[in-house]
Design a protein around this ligand. Structure first.
Ligand SMILES: [Zn+2]
Length: 136
């Protein structure tokens, strides 16, 4: 049985999420969602777009979008043929302490952008390329 009050009285909810903190998220995606009355969740690593446009990310958050942690360096598991993964960002070389330190440091950078969003915090997080660290 569906609880009709669960999603503000609607029968369902849809979550629109965008990874990697790209310029087009600020320039196109956020405004386009707003034009249609929607809001999105943007998971960003600490990259040039985040650091170079922090005021715009904060403004996006203040307009009702969610910002989430996508780690400090966006580590991924290398499978040998991946040339875009720098060796020091290979998730296979991470241990739990390094992983936690990266997520915590990324939170320290992201949280000031969220200060105007009382319902958000550092709990919003997604792993890079949906990779897992199950062996940690
Ligand atoms: Zn990613």
């Amino acid at each position: 049985m569906i609880n009709a009050t669960r999603f503000n009285g609607k029968r369902a909810a849809l979550s629109l999420t965008y990874d990697d903190g790209m310029d087009c998220h600020l320039d196109l995606v956020g405004p386009s969602l707003e034009d249609h009355g929607f809001r999105g969740t943007f998971y960003t690593p600490v990259n040039a777009t985040l650091m170079g446009r922090m005021d715009e990310w904060a403004a996006l958050s203040q307009r009702g979008h969610e910002l989430g942690n996508h780690t400090l360096f966006h580590p991924c598991r290398s499978y040998g043929g991946s040339t875009w993964i720098q060796p020091w960002r290979d998730l296979k070389l991470y241990d739990l302490a390094r992983w936690e330190a990266e997520v915590d440091l990324a939170n320290l950078i992201l949280n000031p952008l969220l200060e105007h969003c009382a319902d958000l915090g550092s709990d919003l997080w997604v792993a890079p390329v949906r990779d897992v660290i199950g062996s940690l």
